[in-house]
Ligand binder design. Structure first.
Ligand code: NAD
Length: 443
């Protein structure tokens, strides 16, 4: 099938490459000229396992193409994906300006029937707004061309985006149009062979499904973080509690890790956006507000541990940070706990020496001329002469480090572990002050 994807970010690029890999003819459109130029040269703008070979292969065999020419993009695909960003507006609601700009572009250039798919995460009612925008532009053009707007939210996880798109748990499609339904079945048939993963519903339910999924996951995290705070105050170990509750099959082990707060481009903004949607219809979403405020507080914990250890005097101290991305296997730092920590440290007069396996360029881009940030080439060099080590992201290479080396490199043996990677007793025996999440103050 002929497919156009607008917005070549984490979602758009992965989706486009995966669709091309099964034989669809895909045109990628982005307004970022640099990004499109780089992609044509084989420079992939993001780190995502398995993505580079997939893009290279599909670009070389001609099924994946890149352009900034919107008219070319619109004329290419019968199917037009909108996969642009929906960042939070000032009041927390999803900013739809990029989505509606693409709708306007499609309507401006379309000359034949189109199925427009909202792939971006958008509030309930957005498909109606996209349809209204297309109708408005077509009316101005005095054209009557058929189109349908379908909701098809994306559930990929950064860090596993390619495999999630290749083998999705489910493909949610919101449409009541039979023609679109048939087209969506055909589009996704290669990913739907093992068993039927397609779940059809009305458009508004599909839009809400995406928010409900992310808010449920964020709720699990904030719930565990609240339990971890209680564990800390009550002298219990949250890791034992986690094992204890995860063994209940109604609860399960997945997504109940306590930590230094959730980040990323989705959970924080999607929880806020659903709160905003609820406010607009005069509903007070008490649980979602609590999820958000627990997460906000949790992101301050790493700094609090450091500040308490150094008795409020962090001026002139050097803090080593392992892990900058909001989670492992990605270079994405949007809303990462590391950012909250670094800003608090700089505010307190400390210097940061940081290392991340993939997010160093991104960190450089965000904080390009900050004199109090040194990005180090290895996890070992980040430790040299530092007064403490903080682990912000649970990359696998941080899981079993050489503690003798850490102890020798640091000027004081202090580890703050935002992901509960280490054994408190072992670190205690080796003479470290060790602060984790919900495992007592310092063991
Ligand atoms: P992103 O910021 O990585 O990419 C968005 C891209 O859209 C950018 O390259 C930007 O230049 C481009 N763009 C903006 N306006 C455009 C226009 N008018 N025409 C063409 N391109 C334009 O965003 P992302 O992380 O891929 O997220 C996209 C959407 O998918 C969001 O709504 C997000 O909530 C949702 N989503 C993201 C994830 C994730 O893990 N990142 C997962 C599921 C859903």
């Amino acid at each position: 099938m002929k497919v156009t994807v607008f917005g070549i970010g984490y979602v758009g690029l992965v989706q486009a490459a995966v669709l091309a890999s099964v034989g669809h003819d895909v045109m990628c459109v982005d307004i970022d000229e640099q990004k499109i130029d780089n992609l044509k040269k084989g420079i992939i703008p993001i780190y995502e396992p398995g993505l580079t070979p997939l893009v290279e292969e599909t670009y070389q065999n001609g099924l994946l193409n890149f352009t900034t020419d919107a008219a070319k993009g619109v004329s290419h695909g019968t199917i037009q994906f909108i996969a642009v960003g929906t960042p939070p507006d000032e009041d927390g609601s999803a900013d739809l300006k990029y989505v509606l700009a693409v709708a306007e572009t499609i309507a401006t250039y379309m000359t034949d029937e189109k199925i427009v798919i909202d792939k971006s995460t958008v509030p309930v009612g957005t498909a109606d707004k996209v349809a209204a925008k297309i109708a408005e532009v077509l009316a101005k053009r005095k054209q009557s061309i058929p189109y349908d707007v379908v909701s098809n939210p994306e559930f990929l996880k950064e860090g596993a985006a390619v495999s999630d798109c290749m083998k999705p748990d489910r493909i949610v499609v919101g449409t009541e149009n039979e023609k679109s339904r048939v087209a969506m079945r055909e589009l996704y048939a290669p990913f739907n062979r093992n068993h039927d993963r397609m779940i059809f519903m009305d458009v508004r339910s599909a839009e809400l499904t995406k928010y409900a999924a992310n808010c449920m996951l964020a709720t699990k995290i904030s719930f565990m973080n609240e339990m971890s705070n209680l564990a800390e105050l009550l002298g219990a170990d949250i890791e034992a509690v986690r094992h204890g509750i995860g063994s209940d099959s109604r609860i399960g082990y997945q997504f109940i890790y306590p930590g230094c707060g959730y980040g990323g481009s989705c959970f924080p903004k999607d929880v806020q956006a659903l709160v905003r949607t609820a406010n607009e219809i005069n509903y007070k979403p008490a649980l979602l507000e609590a999820v958000e405020s627990v997460n906000y507080a949790q992101k301050q914990k790493l700094f609090t541990h450091l500040s308490n250890h150094f008795k409020g005097d962090l001026a002139g101290k050097t803090i080593a940070i392992w892990g900058l991305s909001f989670k492992p296997q990605t270079d994405d730092m949007r809303e990462a706990s590391s950012i909250v920590l670094m800003k608090a440290l700089w505010q307190a007069g400390a210097i940061v020496q940081a290392y991340d396996p993939e997010a160093m360029e991104e960190c450089q881009r965000i904080f390009n001329d900050n004199d109090n940030l040194a990005l180090m080439g290895t996890k070992e060099s980040a430790l040299k002469g530092a007064d403490a080590l903080v682990v912000c992201t649970e990359w696998s290479q941080f899981r079993a480090p050489d503690f003798d080396l850490i102890g020798n490199a640091l000027t004081t043996k202090v580890i703050v572990d935002g992901r509960n990677l280490y054994d408190p007793q072992l670190l205690n025996e080796r003479g470290f002050a060790y602060y984790a999440i919900g495992r007592g103050d310092s063991v």
